[in-house]
Design a protein around this ligand. Structure first.
Ligand code: CTP
Ligand code: CA
Length: 236
């Protein structure tokens, strides 16, 4: 994307983006993680800044922070939740591109787990993490996030016997209660860590935009187009 040709249409707007996969601590040297690289979220932050927004990027990714973006570094889902809710209190848009661990170890060992010791773990017990996107929707209803704030989720889906990628995406959008959901098809070699991405942008109003496989920058630009179209309709 050529910054010179982008619209300056997000000037005066505060965009919060989350990116990367959370790391859930097992002991001081180990964590449970996932394959999210943070590339898509970073691309959205970079393009939003290039379109004039003030951008806060809440991230667990080690990728370089894009120009003109303020980064808040976090590791776990609980830290991500705290920092995202804090930043969202004055946001016009929140894009949840982070891959949040659904579960964290129920017990975190303060010292390193050793082979052959009494503490050798036979299993790791897991505990459910809070759903940050659902919490953002609830915070908006409660007035803790501005009412016009546009809330965007991401869903990495695979088709299975109970439905297609798109069907799972639709169901997730209505379950989450956010305004837009970007649905990506994932497998071991698609999307995670790659430089391109494809899928759909689904709107709570029934809108559906197909995203042809393209660079994550271009997808970011298309997503921000969908966000500005929605917030224009809201404030009119
Ligand atoms: N998400 C979140 N908090 C969580 C889990 C997910 O905010 N604890 C957000 C992600 O950042 C993403 C969206 O919800 O924007 C969808 O994530 P996904 O993992 O697809 O949804 P889940 O509700 O966890 O469903 P699943 O059981 O399919 O993983
Ligand atoms: Ca999940």
């Amino acid at each position: 994307l050529d910054g010179g040709t982008l619209p300056w249409d997000l000037a005066g707007r505060h965009v919060v983006v989350t990116s990367g996969g959370t790391r859930e601590e097992i002991d001081p040297v180990r964590f449970l993680g996932n394959r999210s690289s943070g590339k898509q979220g970073h691309a959205i932050a970079a393009v939003a800044a290039a379109r004039g927004a003030r951008v806060t990027l809440v991230t667990s990714s080690d990728l370089p922070v894009p120009a003109a973006v303020e980064a808040v570094h976090i590791e776990s889902a609980l830290e991500l939740r705290e920092e995202t809710l804090r930043a969202a209190a004055h946001a016009d848009v929140v894009v949840k591109a982070a891959a949040v661990a659904d579960f964290r170890p129920a017990d975190v060992s303060e010292s390193k787990l050793k082979k052959g010791s009494e503490s050798e773990p036979a299993e790791i017990r897991l505990q459910r993490n809070p759903d940050i996107l659902a919490d953002l929707v609830a915070a908006r209803s409660a007035g803790d996030v501005p009412a016009p704030c546009v809330l965007v989720g991401f869903a990495a889906e695979t088709g299975d016997s109970s439905g297609s990628v798109l069907e799972h995406g639709r169901a997730k959008l209505s379950r989450k209660g956010c305004d837009l959901l970007v649905v990506n098809e994932v497998g071991r070699d698609t999307t995670f860590g790659q430089d391109d991405n494809g899928g759909w942008i689904l709107g709570a109003d029934g809108a559906e935009t197909t995203l042809d496989r393209a660079s994550k920058d271009l997808l970011a630009d298309r997503l921000l187009d969908a966000v500005t179209a929605l917030s224009l309709r809201r404030t009119r």
